[in-house]
Design a protein around this ligand. Structure first.
Ligand code: PLP
Length: 460
């Protein structure tokens, strides 16, 4: 903030109020309240226009800044690359594009090709288009349907919303793209609502996917698209046995498996990718947010050689190759930042830290539940955690969304940024979300949990 005077800042706030259309915000309150401008960040903390310090419990609001703020080594890598070569269409290669692809693939046994794009939504669209083209070329267009799961989210475009299992995000944006079919969520805490509670819930709820496949006709299903752990739909860690059964099902019906790692990817859960906890073998893995920790816009749709091979006779047929482009998939800032980001995770042992700190924070959230009846369940993996709030532990009736938002606002007033599943699934916007940077220490996590403790005490 050094070279910005108070007058400059007033002008910046007014310009924001007058001209910026913020994401996800109702704007009426901003006519009387100042919009929040984040001015500076360092490590786990950010400062707003008033100089107020916040500890960031959600890595840039939406689980993105995995290695924390103020990483000079990433900024340097991007700067060096940009002055040398900033952009050329991705029909040609680039030095950081090749290097990052090689590095990424070294962390993803069984996969081999990286398709560059800019956002999570876009990476998912690439996979959807590949599935559709494979269906057109190999199955006469019949095997074109894509299964998605209730409570999962895959992005903001119309096709991604068509694959979106969060009704609140979809309302008023239809009609949607045909050919996307929903399967049930796998939140064990709410298994009773699905009539499936029991020790074998993981297998039973995966079997529901098979029922949908049989109902639709296996020869019509091209792919199954799932988050490894559902993020904005409530931090849903799949139950025991789930992924193993899913793998069997996709193999049995020759269905391509698309795993959306936009949130879980690049260390968030303590492994490079969330699916690696479960030993599954995806055909597509899409990723975005943590790939470059928000230092540059980059996303990737990574595929197996089997998928790539399906486009191999492309020279013989004018419609044979993947006729797709993302202009900014050729920006070199993305892979340059992503390489430096990955190096930090390796050099600083951040996967190990994520596992240790994640276990610590999960314990702290359960400890908090002993004091606050409103916490029905704490759950998560690595530094990807949630606390579901309920009115009554026996009935598990979800806490009121406004009260959940009041907890988030109270934390914000204390200088602690946390998230919640607002505007995702009607009636179930009741989970507090935490995704601190992978550099978090016990002290950082204690500070976040202490704020939640105070907020819960005040709100409930
Ligand atoms: N997939 C998941 C699991 C997400 O959580 C998101 C965004 O939150 C997306 C895809 C879309 O990513 P983007 O906002 O970069 O398009």
């Amino acid at each position: 903030m050094d070279n910005i005077t108070p007058n400059d800042m007033t002008a910046i706030v007014e310009a924001d109020r007058a001209h910026v259309w913020h994401h996800l915000l109702p704007h009426k309150p901003l006519e009387t309240n100042d919009p929040r401008i984040i001015v500076e960040g360092k490590g786990m903390r950010v400062w707003d226009q008033k100089g107020k310090e916040h500890i960031d419990g959600v890595s840039g609001g939406v689980w993105t800044v995995n290695v924390g703020y103020g990483r000079v080594e990433i900024a340097d890598a991007v700067r060096d690359q940009l002055v040398k070569m900033n952009y050329f269409a991705q029909s040609a290669g680039s030095i950081p594009g090749s290097r990052f692809a090689e590095k990424l693939i070294s962390k993803m046994p069984g996969l081999s090709r990286v398709y560059y794009a800019n956002s999570g939504s876009e990476a998912n669209e690439k996979a959807f288009k590949m599935v559709r083209q494979i269906s057109a070329r190999q199955h006469g267009g019949k095997k074109h349907k894509i299964l998605f799961r209730h409570r999962d989210y895959h992005g903001t475009t119309i096709a991604c919303l068509s694959a979106g299992g969060q009704e609140h995000r979809n309302m008023q944006y239809g009609p949607f793209t045909p050919g996307f079919v929903s399967v049930p969520h796998c939140l064990e805490y709410r298994a009773h609502e699905q009539g499936l509670a029991g020790d074998d819930y993981g297998v039973a709820i995966a079997n529901e996917i098979e029922k949908v496949i049989l109902r639709e006709g296996p020869d019509t299903i091209g792919a199954l698209c799932l988050e490894p752990i559902t993020a904005g739909g409530g931090v849903i860690v799949p139950p025991k046995g789930y992924w193993e059964r899913v793998q069997e099902i996709v193999e049995k019906y020759d269905i391509l498996l698309h795993i959306d790692e936009v949130v879980c990817g690049v260390g968030r859960t303590g492994t490079w990718f969330g699916y690696q906890h479960y030993g599954v073998k995806p055909d597509f893995v899409t990723m975005a947010k943590g790939v470059a920790s928000g230092y540059a816009a980059i996303s990737c749709c990574v595929t197996s050689e089997k998928v790539f091979d399906m486009f191999k006779d492309d020279h013989a047929d004018p419609l044979g190759y993947f006729r797709d482009i993302s202009t900014f998939g050729g920006c070199t800032a993305g892979p340059a930042a992503a390489l430096a980001n990955m190096k930090i995770i390796e050099d600083e042992g951040l996967l190990e830290n994520t596992i240790q700190m994640g276990e610590y924070m999960l314990d702290q959230l359960w400890a908090l539940s002993e004091k606050h009846e409103v916490i029905g369940e704490a759950r998560g993996k690595g530094l990807f955690l949630g606390a579901e709030l309920v009115k009554d532990r026996k009935t598990k009736e979800p806490a009121d969304e406004k009260m959940v938002q009041a907890v988030v606002a109270d934390c914000m007033a204390q200088g602690t940024i946390i998230g919640a599943t607002n505007r995702s699934v009607p009636g179930y916007n009741n989970t507090l979300c935490f995704s601190p940077a992978l550099i978090a220490t016990k002290d950082d996590l204690d500070q976040i949990v202490a704020s939640v403790d105070e907020a819960l005490g005040r709100v409930f």
